[in-house]
Structures are given as structure tokens and as C-alpha cells.
Design a protein around this ligand. Structure first.
Ligand SMILES: Cc1ncc(COP(=O)(O)O)c(C=O)c1O
Length: 383
């Protein structure tokens, strides 16, 4: 790890999922691009649209996506904002979201609804729901007013997949636009779009993909694609989607340019299939070790069974009411970092607090053993 990653030995890094981590070789690639930009800025920006176009075609190949469907955006949130700004939305329309949704994206949906005097309906998907039950929870809420469905491909607070293939099929049958928030999914799944019918899918390459920040993708298919525009009005405006996203004024897009070589470089060094398998196994045993440590103190079961589990991302149930109040997961994240020197993610769902583990290639079993031995007794004391 010391040689390949800039992560410091402390704090304990148990939360790859929130902000990713970038290997040294990718940071070097990006630094070389920055040097080139600073050496001759006018030449750099004149040639940029062509280089961005090449990068997005390479990224489309990596994601097995149609090359005409993919645009590069700063992040998944930005991709969702593009969808909220461009998808048609009728006066008084309703947006269906789930109670597993990423808060910031859900707030964007709420703003869209407010702008059109519409509403947002949050449907409950049980944590342990399998594909058909989860899909039914969403599609059963469709009414004549439904104007948009938003669902996470892999949920942030609950670390589970949602059946976006089944939801997408129903949305298409009803003629309802469907936005999939796949922020965590690029590189975590080999072929993330397989079987997924949707109007817009957004993802991040700076999470599991470890690309330099900020590198998001926007994938648009279907009748509304040409209604999508970059959030920044710029000189690409007369061009069709996705080429209009290749021109964003004076932005530092070295991360976008470094992303394809990062994805292939990681494959060469460690192999994506091996990373997925190892991170899944590690997160699984890590969650078991930590849950056992809680059980030894509380006598309760802290393991969590989710429907459609997400491999490298796992949950452990927190004791008592720890992490259950409004804002409590973020407060706990800050306190654990300050007092226990560990980077963790916490979530709450259905009145229960959870520790969310998110493993990557640089993690080892010792990380989880250390957390179990050193941090679990303190957390149990706080509870
Ligand atoms: C499901 C989900 N959507 C969107 C985001 C936002 O990602 P970004 O801040 O890179 O836009 C996250 C971040 O963790 C997420 O988990």
C-alpha cells in the first residue's frame, strides 16, 4: 500500500465508498496533464474537446456502454442535476423516489417537483426485499401523475442493489422517464448497464473506479437524450448530445483525461475481477468480525441481511440507538474520526443505525480486526 497509494497509515481507511482513493500512478498521470496545461494554456484548451471526446469513448468501452450515450460530467450529483434540468416534467407531476435514496439527489428531485407544483413520493423498500418485492414496492406506487422515477442502482445508506432492470422495464411500459443513480457502480460491476432500461444513468469513476476526482459519467438513452444539456452553458451548445458535453469553458478536466488510463492501469496492476472478488470477501469477513465483536459485548445479533447485497459494501448493525437520530450518522462519522482515528461511513434506516464498510484493494483483514478490537468497545460504550 505504501508504494502504490498515497493514503496515510492512519486513520484506518474503512470507507472507500464515500470519496474513493486514487493510486499514485493515476495522480502522476494527472499531474503530467496539469503540467502540460500550465505549459501552454491556449494550446491546451484549443485541443481539449477532441481529447475529452477520446476519453469518453474509452470510458464507454470500459463500461460496455453505447459510445453515443455517454458524456463526462464532474460527478454523479452533477449528472442527476442535468437530468432534473432537462427531462420533461409536467405541471403537478409526481416523482417516485425510495427511502434508500441518496439525500442530495433526492433534494434535487424535490426542487424539481416544487418548481412544477408537483410532489415527491418516497416509497419504502424493506432492507431485506429481494428483486421482485423491491421492484413491486416502486412500481406499485405508479399513478397517472407519475412523471419521473428515481432509484439508486446501489444504495448509499443501506449498501444494497435495487432491481433497476425490473423497475426500468415497468417505467418504459408506462412511458415514465427513469433516472438511475449508479454512483457506486462503475468498476464495481463489470457490465453495469446490462439489462437496465433507463433514460438517464449516472455514475462515478472516482469511487470504486479510483479515478482522480472529479469524474462522473452521464449515460442517456431514449427519447429525451437530446433534451439534456451541460449545467454550464458553453461553446458546445450547438452540438448534439454527447458532444456538447465535451466543451465546458475553462474547467480543469485533467481528471477526466486521466480516467481511462487509470481504469486500464488498475486492471493491469491488480485486475478488476480480482479486486472485486477480494474486496467482497474482505468486506464480508470484516463485517462478520466486527459484528461478532459487538455481539460479545451486547449479546445481540449485529449481522445484517440485506436483499441483493453489494459485495464490497456491507453493513453492521450498531448497538442501541447509536446513529439513529437525525444527523446522527454524520456526527458519528466525525466523532469516530476525531476520537478513534478511523474513516468510516454510518447510515440509518428504519430506526436502526448501521456501520457501512466499503473495502478496496488496499484493505487487509488486519484493518477490520483492529477496528473490532480497538473501536467496537468504545462504540458500545457510547451506545
Ligand atoms: C448513491 C449516491 N449518489 C450520489 C452520490 C454523490 O456522489 P458525488 O458527490 O460524487 O456526486 C453518492 C456519494 O456517495 C452516492 O452514494
Amino acid at each position: 500500500m505504501d508504494a502504490d497509494w498515497p493514503l496515510s497509515p492512519t486513520p484506518l481507511h474503512l470507507n472507500h465508498g464515500s470519496f474513493g482513493a486514487v493510486p499514485r500512478f493515476a495522480l502522476d498521470l494527472q499531474a503530467a496533464l496539469r503540467d502540460e496545461m500550465e505549459a501552454a494554456p491556449v494550446r491546451w484548451f484549443a485541443g481539449l474537446p477532441d481529447r475529452i471526446a477520446t476519453a469518453r469513448l474509452d470510458v464507454a468501452r470500459f463500461l460496455h456502454a453505447d459510445p453515443d450515450s455517454l458524456a463526462l460530467v464532474p460527478n454523479a450529483s452533477g449528472g442527476a442535476s442535468v437530468a432534473f434540468a432537462g427531462l420533461p416534467f409536467p405541471h403537478g407531476g409526481e416523482i417516485i423516489v425510495t427511502d434508500h435514496g441518496y439525500g442530495a439527489v433526492t433534494m434535487g428531485a424535490e426542487r424539481l417537483a416544487r418548481r412544477h407544483h408537483g410532489s415527491v413520493r418516497t416509497v419504502h423498500v424493506p432492507l431485506d426485499a429481494g428483486p421482485s418485492e423491491a421492484a413491486e414496492a416502486v412500481t406499485g406506487a405508479i399513478t397517472a401523475r407519475t412523471a419521473l422515477i428515481v432509484a439508486d442502482h446501489l444504495t448509499s445508506p443501506t449498501a444494497r442493489f435495487l432491481p433497476v432492470d425490473l423497475i426500468g422495464r415497468a417505467a418504459r411500459e408506462h412511458g415514465i422517464p427513469f433516472l438511475v443513480d449508479g454512483a457506486h457502480v462503475p468498476a464495481l460491476l463489470d457490465d453495469p448497464l446490462a439489462g437496465v432500461e433507463c433514460d438517464v444513468w449516472v455514475g462515478n469513476l472516482h469511487k470504486f473506479g479510483c479515478a482522480p476526482r472529479s469524474t462522473g459519467v452521464l449515460i442517456a438513452r431514449g427519447p429525451h437524450t437530446q433534451a439534456l444539456w451541460p449545467l454550464i452553458d458553453s461553446w458546445g451548445a450547438p452540438l448534439p448530445y454527447p458532444r456538447r458535453f465535451d466543451v465546458q469553458g475553462t474547467l480543469d478536466v485533467t481528471a477526466h483525461l486521466a480516467a481511462p488510463a487509470t481504469l486500464t492501469g488498475i486492471d493491469t496492476r491488480w485486475g478488476w475481477a480480482g479486486i472485486r472478488a477480494r474486496a467482497s470477501a474482505l468486506a464480508g469477513t470484516g463485517a462478520a468480525v466486527i459484528a461478532e465483536a459487538f455481539t460479545a459485548i451486547t449479546g445481540e445479533d449485529h449481522t445484517v441481511r440485506v436483499g441483493m447485497p453489494a459485495g464490497p459494501m456491507r453493513l453492521v448493525r450498531l448497538p442501541g440507538t447509536l446513529g439513529t437520530g437525525p444527523g446522527a450518522p454524520d456526527a458519528l462519522r466525525a466523532r469516530v474520526l476525531d476520537e478513534l482515528d478511523a474513516e468510516c461511513a454510518f447510515g440509518r434506516f428504519g430506526g436502526v443505525g448501521y456501520l457501512r464498510l466499503s473495502a478496496h484493494v488496499y484493505n487487509t483483514a488486519a484493518d477490520y480486526e483492529e477496528f473490532a478490537a480497538r473501536c467496537v468497545p468504545v462504540l458500545a460504550g457510547w451506545a
